[in-house]
Design a protein around this ligand. Structure first.
Ligand code: NAP
Length: 247
């Protein structure tokens, strides 16, 4: 692939940790200028990548806040001295799992706000500049959980909502050469999944066709492809990175 995206800007939400960090590294290795936005650890994560010689900046971001998203985008554009975002990866996420009968209104609300309002708030900030450039790539991080998973009524609803969002934007924005796709990872080894009890991990292992837990880079490789020129005719898709996992 080589360095083919020099001076193109990619924004990665939740980029300080797990899958988002791997995406930030991969896109920067492919030549993108990358702005990592996250609630915390954004500076040290960016520093780690800068030590590898990669063009990365870490900035504060709370995707649930419209103003924070606006500030993040403005600071990213100004840092890299450009007026245009080429790639947006809506990756920030949280889980607040419990059976529905025990699920609090707060845990419902927060999960919906981070995933759905987060994607809305961020995409609204960049879409007009993508339209005026007649080019853009939007990647939304859904999850295999969108198909329904015990203990995740809030998360599954949010991740299924992101798929409706993806497919609608793909139809609306395709005429401007903006592609919009969703990725549905299965079980990936990140801080989010490290708290999963061993018993449940073992159950996941039994359901995997490829007998290993996914690595964040497995997801980052797909994002790098979707962000590239080679993927210009792929839009409105939901692509699994699951190792063959089924629930
Ligand atoms: P992670 O390591 O916890 O990373 C998620 C990052 O998003 C964290 O740094 C988190 O910050 C940040 N974040 C949370 N709320 C935010 C907000 N309001 N504004 C900005 N950033 C926020 O988890 P991950 O596994 O890499 O997950 C990345 C994405 O993949 C998520 O959307 C997740 O739902 C999805 N996914 C993960 C898996 C998996 O198996 N790991 C499977 C399917 C889908 P804090 O740490 O401070 O909360």
């Amino acid at each position: 692939m080589g360095v083919q995206h020099v001076n193109s800007l990619a924004l990665v939400t939740g980029g300080a940790s797990g899958i988002g960090y791997a995406i930030s590294q991969k896109l920067a290795e492919r030549g993108f200028n990358v702005a990592i936005g996250d609630l915390k650890n954004y500076e040290e994560s960016a520093e780690n990548l800068k030590k590898l010689g990669l063009p990365v900046v870490g900035l504060p971001l709370d995707v649930t806040s419209w103003d924070s998203c606006a500030q993040f985008v403005e600071a990213s554009l100004s840092h890299f001295r450009t007026d245009h975002v080429d790639v947006l990866v809506n990756n920030a996420g949280i889980i607040r799992d419990s059976l529905f009968v025990k699920m609090s209104r707060e845990d419902w609300d927060l999960v919906i706000r981070v995933h759905l309002y987060g994607a809305f708030n961020m995409t609204k900030q960049v879409v007009e500049s993508m339209i005026s450039k007649q080019h853009g790539r939007i990647v939304n991080m859904s999850s295999l959980s969108w198909t329904g998973n015990v203990g995740q009524a809030n998360y599954a609803s949010a991740k299924a909502g992101l798929i409706g969002f993806t497919k609608t934007l793909a139809k609306e924005l395709g005429r401007y050469n903006i592609t919009v796709n969703a990725i549905a990872p299965g079980f990936i080894d990140t801080p989010m999944t490290r708290s999963v009890p061993d018993k449940i991990r073992e159950k996941f292992m039994e359901r995997l066709a490829i007998r290993r837990i996914g690595d964040p880079v497995d997801v980052a490789n797909l994002v790098a492809f979707l962000a590239s020129d080679e993927a210009s005719y792929i839009t409105g898709e939901v692509i699994g990175v699951t190792g063959g996992l089924t629930f």
